[in-house]
Design a protein around this ligand. Structure first.
Ligand SMILES: *Cc1c(COP(=O)(O)O)cnc(C)c1O
Length: 368
């Protein structure tokens, strides 16, 4: 594969669209007969909603999920008129016209949204999001009688709910939500059913229903060795700006707050990547980068534009402008997220605008 030149002095995210499509296919297989959509909210988890949607569309995906109206419209413009595009946040007085105009399927989350949708005689059916225990967004069970009496059943095309604990397979809440969801969905037998995100798909085929909604698994997060091992889709590298071997004086330390004492014979590299780029500050004295496959711990605090890493164990040939891997094949996204005591979702969506996104395969336009 020909690779575009990478600017030598800045952080770069190389995004592998082939692997995203291949993860989508793997999740489709796990979902059995269910149709497999793609969640591309938040700019496809920071990777670029246009590129990702376009590539997944070419791979056969025909259903996309966005959270905000602007995201939904961007996807519509990208994939054309044949795809289904759902809007998780549903209709509001100021977006309902745009929803109809762009042929977006709103996910109705409250009685107010049901009322608003009812007032607009839209040609397409809506999705109902019923809260089965997360107490976050969605119609409450006690609201459903009123929905039944106001919204004609032919205006409801999908019944949706969302799992709170799917990433903990043994959590009793999974089975509880599944049972309640089945009861709710039985009220509208003609409607299609959708319950599962990535982790839900991994719980087993009884969670897949008619339509699944994977996000993070498409992008290489949520590896579950027993069922699903996604391919790496994002490789973030950044160049070394300087290498030093500081004097290990008694009070020598590294970075803001002097949180890490310098050790004898320690070789330190300072990298052009900081929390403004998504190297979360919580990775201070906790994360790792890799140089030629060798783990190099982040030492001292992460600052806005820089991190310092201990390269004592890396090859002695390591020099200025060599690139280190912050996320990728070695610096696995789940592992880096764990080190920051967060989730892969936050790590991806924190990727700053300063990181240049380079796509493989490129679209051939030469604009990459
Ligand atoms: C974000 C989101 C998803 C995707 O979840 P992943 O864990 O990223 O697979 C699915 N459904 C809803 C309602 C969401 O908000």
């Amino acid at each position: 594969m020909t690779r575009a030149p990478i600017p030598s002095s800045s952080p770069v995210a190389e995004i592998d669209l082939h692997n995203i499509a291949s993860n989508w296919k793997a999740l489709a297989k796990l979902g059995g007969s269910a149709e497999t959509g793609a969640v591309v909210k938040a700019n496809a988890y920071g990777l670029g909603a246009q590129k990702v949607s376009q590539h997944l569309y070419e791979a056969g995906c025909r259903t996309f999920f966005a959270a905000h109206i602007d995201e939904a419209i961007e996807v519509r413009k990208t994939v054309g008129s044949l795809a289904l595009i759902f809007l998780f946040h549903g209709v509001q007085p100021d977006n309902v016209e745009a929803v109809i105009e762009n042929d977006i399927v709103p996910v109705l989350n409250s009685l107010d949204q049901v009322q608003l949708w009812l007032k607009h005689n839209a040609p397409m059916p809506a999705a109902l999001h019923v809260d089965t225990g997360m107490n976050r967004l969605g119609l409450q069970i006690k609201d459903l009688k009123q929905v039944q009496s106001t919204l004609p059943p032919n205006r409801i095309g999908w019944i949706m709910s969302h799992l709170a604990c799917a990433d903990t397979p043994n959590h009793p809440m999974n089975a509880r939500q599944l049972e309640l969801y089945k009861k709710v969905a039985a009220i509208w037998p003609h409607a299609e059913k959708s319950l599962s995100n990535t982790a839900g798909i991994c719980l087993g085929s009884e969670y897949a229903f008619d339509l699944t909604r994977p996000g993070i698994g498409l992008y290489g997060g949520y590896a579950r060795r027993d069922v699903f091992e996604p391919k790496n889709c994002v490789t973030i590298t950044a160049p070394i700006l300087s290498i030093i071997e500081p004097e290990p004086t008694i009070d020598a330390s590294i970075g803001y707050g002097a949180t890490y004492p310098v050790k004898p014979n320690q070789r330190l590299a300072t990298i052009a990547l900081g929390y403004a780029d998504g190297a979360l500050r919580a990775l201070s004295n906790a994360g790792l980068v890799f140089i030629g496959g060798v783990p190099c711990p982040i030492v001292g605090r992460v600052s806005m534009d820089l991190i310092t890493v201990d390269i004592t164990n890396a090859t002695s040939r390591t020099s200025v402008l060599d690139r280190v891997e912050f996320l990728g094949q070695h610096a696995h996204i789940d592992r880096q997220a764990l080190a920051a005591r967060t989730a892969s979702y936050e790590l991806l969506t924190s990727m700053g605008d300063r990181i240049k996104r380079v796509y493989y395969p490129s679209d051939g336009s030469g604009r990459e």
